[in-house]
Design a protein around this ligand. Sequence first.
Ligand SMILES: [Zn+2]
Length: 195
Amino acid sequence: MADSYFPKGMPLPQGGMHDQEYWAWTKRHRLMIQRCTKCGTFRHNPIPHCFKCRSLDYLWVDQVPPIGVVYTFTIVRAPAHPALVGRPPFNVAVVELSRAGGVRLATNLVDMNPNGKEPVSQVARWNNPAKVPAFELDPKSIRIGMPVEVVWEDHEDVTLPLFCPSTDPEALAAAERHTKAAPPKTAPPKTRGAA
Ligand SMILES: [Zn+2]
């Protein structure tokens, strides 16, 4: 039974000079996002100063519930690392955090309903530390703008935020706003010289 979305041997985030605190929070199953205390701008990934007003003052803002919408995603079909041989297809998604000014983070989406599938991970829901199996999310069911919430995948030295489809009312409302805010499709460019 797989206990992580990616096979053993897949490199994990190491935590650098500016994001060690972020990863220390994820270890405690808390999704904390930096917010500038001078101008209120959220930012992610963590950096020491505000990209908008240059202030060095910030707070870590807890995301409770840690919800968002799928901003974009792709289905990977070719292994990009030796540890991934045999693993594709899998998804890589960018999730927009609804409670943090729409900052985005890269992640993977999992399904909490087995639907006859074998688990691909063991995760904890954001509001319950008990480990439960998670499953591959059918690529055909992934949609831009779909409501999602965090589940935590614990590794020895780091805990990863994955996301699963959410029925949280706030996530559903965020998805509704996201759909309405989507820009209209632009008309294809006119072909010069066309009859
Ligand atoms: Zn600022």
